[in-house]
Each structure stands twice: as structure tokens, then as C-alpha cells.
Ligand binder design. Structure first.
Ligand SMILES: Cc1cc2nc3c(=O)[nH]c(=O)nc-3n(C[C@H](O)[C@H](O)[C@H](O)COP(=O)(O)O)c2cc1C
Length: 209
């Protein structure tokens, strides 16, 4: 990326240029990386360490567009997305979610909400499956943009679901599936190689290629 030497150059130029520096980090660095789709899939990882630099609005918009490009049963798209950037709200959410402490430093949280009444057959199962597809798209799009993200659990823990509902005024019939912190990664995390040929069967269970 060309932004790094430029930012380093700006770093010595005083407080007045901080806004320009921020502009570059928020808008320039979040343009698409040149990774192809399969590389993005292989390099996606759960990011739990963030620089503190928030993701720009444009990038968040791209994540939400990716989310809504997901497949859904009978094309019902039973999803809603709550984007939280208010620091006080982020602190409140992180305080009540045991595995989402990184949320505050990430700077943005996306709560993926499943609406069973809008799903195929008004099914909670379909709503959750569809929203899981949308969530994975967010995680992949973040990787493609050079951002970091991680699925943090809300569903199926009833206490956590009620906590998130209360904090974000989500109606009782809506399922907050997860909370996805999004931000700039420090680079500490690397993708895991999970491929295991033993997980593959051909033709039938127990069948060999
Ligand atoms: C349903 C689900 C719930 C998860 N919950 C959390 C969580 O609460 N906190 C967290 O840090 N990571 C959570 N993760 C991320 C997993 O820990 C992570 O995907 C796994 O360790 C593999 O690492 P990777 O994503 O880097 O490949 C969750 C992932 C899934 C799919």
C-alpha cells in the first residue's frame, strides 16, 4: 500500500495534519485489496486485536452490501443489521458480552439480527441459517477490504440475546445472532490452515476417492 510511507511522512508534520492522516486511513486504506476470492477466503481470520483507528463509513457500507448479497431460503432475506459506533454503546455492549471485549478498540460493531417472521415458512431455523450466510459475507468482505472482524457469540445464549435486545431496543421476536466487531487489525492474527483431507468422503459416508 502506498498509504504507509505517506502516513509515515505525515507523522512528523505535526497535529494539523492529523485529519489528513485519518482521512487516508479511513478512506484510502479501506479500498479493495487485490486478493482474489479464494485468497480472501483462505486468509480470513478472526481478528481480536485492533489499532483503535475506526473503519470508515464507506467501508461499513461495503460490508453491509456484502451481507445482503448472501443467499437466503426462498430468497426471503430475513435480516436486519444494527451498526453501532457510539463509544458509550460499544462500552455498554462489551461490558455485558463476555467474549466481545475487543469491541471498543475495534470502533464499530455490527449486530446481525434474524427475523423469523420474515423468513421462509416463518421459520426461526431458516432465519438463523440465512443470517449466518450474511454474517460470513461480512467477515469475508472485511478481509477483502484489509479490515479485521470476528463473530462474537450472542445466539443461542438467552441471557446474551436479552442483554443485546435491551441495549439496542430490539423487539423480543427478533434474534440478535451475533455481534461482529469491525476495525483495523494490528496484524497479530494470521489465518489458520484448517484443511484436513480426513474430513472428505466421496460417494458415501466412509467411502474413499
Ligand atoms: C458461532 C460462532 C461463535 C463464535 N463466538 C466467538 C466469540 O464469542 N468470541 C470470539 O472471540 N470468537 C468467536 N468466534 C470465532 C471463533 O473462535 C473462530 O472462528 C475460530 O476460533 C477459528 O478461528 P478463525 O476464525 O481465525 O479461523 C465464533 C465463531 C462462530 C462461528
Amino acid at each position: 500500500m502506498h498509504a504507509l510511507p505517506f502516513n509515515q511522512h505525515l507523522a512528523g508534520c505535526g497535529q494539523g495534519l492529523k485529519n489528513i492522516d485519518y482521512y487516508f486511513k479511513a478512506n484510502y486504506m479501506e479500498t479493495l485489496t487485490d486478493k482474489d476470492a479464494l485468497t480472501v477466503i483462505q486468509e480470513r481470520k478472526s481478528v481480536r486485536n485492533y489499532t483503535g483507528e475506526p473503519a470508515g463509513k464507506e467501508a461499513i457500507d461495503k460490508l453491509l452490501r456484502a451481507a445482503m448479497a448472501a443467499p437466503s431460503a426462498v430468497h426471503m432475506m430475513p435480516w436486519k443489521f444494527i451498526v453501532v459506533t457510539d463509544i458509550k454503546k460499544l462500552e455498554k455492549l462489551a461490558g455485558g458480552l463476555p467474549f466481545a471485549k475487543m469491541l471498543v478498540k475495534a470502533g464499530t460493531g455490527i449486530v446481525v439480527c434474524a427475523v423469523a417472521t420474515e423468513a421462509a415458512g416463518s421459520s426461526e431455523e431458516f432465519a438463523i441459517l440465512d443470517c449466518t450466510c450474511a454474517s460470513e459475507n461480512i467477515l469475508l468482505a472485511a478481509e477483502a477490504l484489509g479490515l479485521g472482524a470476528v463473530w462474537t457469540a450472542v445466539y443461542p445464549n438467552k441471557e446474551l440475546m436479552d442483554f443485546v435486545r435491551k441495549e439496542l431496543d430490539i423487539p423480543q421476536h427478533v434474534i440478535p445472532l451475533n455481534l461482529i466487531p469491525v476495525g483495523h487489525p494490528t496484524g497479530d492474527e494470521k489465518a489458520l490452515d484448517k484443511f484436513d483431507a480426513k474430513n472428505i468422503r466421496w460417494q458415501k459416508w466412509g467411502g474413499d476417492f
